[in-house]
Design a protein. Structure first.
Length: 135
């Protein structure tokens, strides 16, 4: 078994923290929670998603059930990590917190691109390679 490098560990740690912040940012409607974990372009994408839900009077209530790292490739100051993830989510009314769209379970195969800026890894792009929804 190959020993994980410090950068591989840091890339994985950044993604784990990013997914945790994703849950909080979606619940609280605050994309600025991604500062220090995501590049500006990625924060803007999350802001657009959160704003569209809030304009409909909803927020996403999500939970990460499982996160497995399949591969981490680092080339210079860029990293690509592929994951297998299982999420549950539902949409709730902002005012009443009542469920407005029933819970779904989704399995994702994801690719995260990260860039190293000022010595720390930032999520710069997410790509869904595969998505399976269970009602």
């Amino acid at each position: 078994v190959e020993k994980e490098t410090l950068d591989e560990f840091l890339v994985k740690d950044t993604i784990k923290r990013y997914t945790g912040i994703l849950i909080e940012a979606y619940k609280k409607g605050n994309p600025m929670l991604f500062k220090g974990l995501a590049a500006e372009k990625e924060i803007r994408k999350r802001d657009i998603m959160i704003s569209s839900w809030l304009s409909a009077g909803e927020y996403m209530d999500a939970d990460l059930q499982k996160l497995n790292f399949k591969e981490v490739r680092i080339t210079g100051n860029t990293a690509v990590a592929t994951t297998s993830e299982k999420w549950t989510f539902q949409y709730r009314d902002v005012k009443t917190e009542k469920v407005v769209d029933p819970q779904k379970t989704i399995h994702y195969e994801m690719a995260y691109t990260l860039v190293k800026e000022d010595g720390r890894w930032l999520v710069s792009e997410l790509r869904i390679d595969k998505e399976r929804v269970k009602k």
